[in-house]
Design a protein around this ligand. Structure first.
Ligand code: ATP
Length: 199
């Protein structure tokens, strides 16, 4: 069984970019946020839970998710958001378990934006935090997603602070313009190979 390692970081910190380097080293990555979106259409238990809780309009006739309908509900109501998360997180956990049991590498990565916020980090042996200076993150996300600075800041405000996340992580990657991420990934990869051998 591969060792499970979580990887996270605030919006625009570069966690997906870092994961792509791990993938080049042969480490499989489970992209939990992308997977969650797929499961909301394909996981029968999850689909049923969503329909029961939020009603038939949650899905279109062709089976695709009515994202606008669902996001309008959960955006206005934290209880409903918590409810949705309480359905989605176990489905992602089930998918991650089944996926990781099929992997042959010494360790696997689970990338999730809200790894600490959702407490799913507790399911991993180790967790990596990718950090990047705030101004650089804002600039990169504005460029990537063509959204305003205010919108990026709004998303950042809904995530745990860097200080809090630092106390919860085991390993750190600095994605600033001074230290090359490739070297940091190589160093961490060597450490994780040793740790996975020991466990
Ligand atoms: P999100 O939480 O929104 O998914 P993320 O943490 O996965 O973001 P990425 O998508 O990896 O972040 O990076 C954000 C943007 O910054 C991307 O356009 C990416 O190409 C760019 N970027 C990331 N790291 C670097 C870097 N070291 N040098 C230049 N550009 C970078």
């Amino acid at each position: 069984m591969s060792l499970k390692v979580g990887i996270t970081g605030g919006i625009g910190s570069g966690k997906t970019t870092v994961c792509h380097i791990f993938e080049m080293l042969g480490i499989p990555v489970f992209y939990a946020d992308d997977e969650a979106k797929k499961l909301m259409i394909s996981d029968e238990i999850l689909v049923e839970e969503i329909k029961t809780e939020f009603g038939a309009p949650s899905y279109f006739e062709d089976g695709s998710l009515n994202r606008k309908y669902i996001s309008d509900i959960v955006f206005k109501n934290t209880n409903q958001l918590n409810k949705l998360n309480s359905f989605v997180h176990p489905a992602v956990f089930r998918a991650m378990e089944s996926w990781s049991s099929q992997q042959k590498s010494p360790y696997v990565l689970k990338e999730a934006a809200l790894l600490f916020e959702s407490y799913s980090y507790q399911q991993n042996k180790f967790n990596i935090l990718v950090s990047c200076p705030l101004e650089l993150r804002i600039m990169r996300v504005m460029n990537r997603d063509q959204i305003s600075k205010e919108k990026v800041l709004e998303i950042i405000q809904n995530q745990f602070s860097e200080e809090k996340k630092k106390t919860m992580a085991d390993f750190f990657i600095q994605n600033n313009e001074e230290e090359l991420i490739i070297n940091q990934v190589l160093d961490l990869h060597k450490k994780l190979l040793i740790l996975s051998n020991e466990s």
